[in-house]
Design a protein around this ligand. Sequence first.
Ligand SMILES: Nc1nc2c(ncn2[C@@H]2O[C@H](COP(=O)(O)OP(=O)(O)O)[C@@H](O)[C@H]2O)c(=O)[nH]1
Ligand SMILES: [Mg+2]
Length: 364
Amino acid sequence: MGKDDAKIKELEDLIASSQYNKRTQKAIGQYKAQLAKLKVKDEARKSGGKGGEGYSVRKTGDGTVVLLGFPSVGKSTLLNSITDADSEVGSYAFTTLTCIPGILDYEHAKIQILDVPGIVSGAASGRGRGTEVFSVLRSADLIILLIDVNYPEHYSVLLNEVYESGIRINAKRPDVKIKKTAKDGVKIGKTVKLSYLDNETITAVLKEFKIANADVVIRSDITVDQFIDCIEDNKFYTPAITILNKVDMVSPEKAAEVAKKINADLLICGKDKEHLEGLKKLIFKKLKLIRIYLKEPSNPPDMDVPLIVFKDFSIKDICKKLHKDFVKNFKFCRVWGSSAKFAGQKLTMKHVVKDGDVVEIHLR
Ligand SMILES: Nc1nc2c(ncn2[C@@H]2O[C@H](COP(=O)(O)OP(=O)(O)O)[C@@H](O)[C@H]2O)c(=O)[nH]1
Ligand SMILES: [Mg+2]
């Protein structure tokens, strides 16, 4: 064990054995900040010269979903069931050694699903192909936590691995602005009452990151961990769903009991191709995909084949998706549908579309 490993362990023990309260929050905040810094250093060392480049899988399609689970929970089987992929299935661990992509065709959306090697505890710190897995994970628009009904205990391990890899699932980025300044110390503005942080702790934690002068504005009731996330500014906020797999192997009562324990969003039998509509629908919903219909000037729109985009996409995002020159050559657009004030409203690239809108793009 290296010097940093020992220090990490010492800090983790200190944090675990301390009660977080008004009196201790400053010290705990400082430990947590020191720990966060050591972990960054540790990750850089473990990924070596590779810089965490991971598998070379190009993002394609309308959204990317990563299947995450321990070895043998049925990831490859599920990928083969819901996509065009042909991934090797095996009854032993580590069958899948590379990242296998497949495309799920659903409601005109082409959703890329990635089957990555099973992770094991400690993956976030570089063991068992973790570095590669997590670089794929960080590119996900949605993460599926796949749990084998026989191993519900995997759930908390997965959650921990995902957290340690810098991904905050089903969480909103906290509303915190930190602007470094040249002098005058740390100035803190708050629009909410903070339950877990006082000014002294905020200042002490910033100091650990060598920030002595800053304007800080906090608009959500954050914890010290969330504050550190905001300082590091390298976290990913990704939606996730928990899917309980292989429910054919146990009684319905047992499956329901396990599902409750891990708060599963859906129970499936990944082998059973015919009954996975519910999962496809859930994936589409969780990706927050919407349908846009394109129209050419003086022609009716093509209402058969929508363009699938993410909710909150702007016209500019749509242009980028359509063609590499569209942004450069954009003149204006007209929009029909719920995002427009009136039918055929003339709008700029900043306009944000809504599900079912008809869009006509005018280029120079
Ligand atoms: N009973 C049952 N077995 C399954 C199911 N899905 C996968 N398996 C089996 O579990 C084993 C591991 O599957 P695989 O897809 O290779 O898991 P992976 O390592 O997560 O990719 C294989 O023997 C599969 O046939 C399922 O829904 N029900
Ligand atoms: Mg596999």
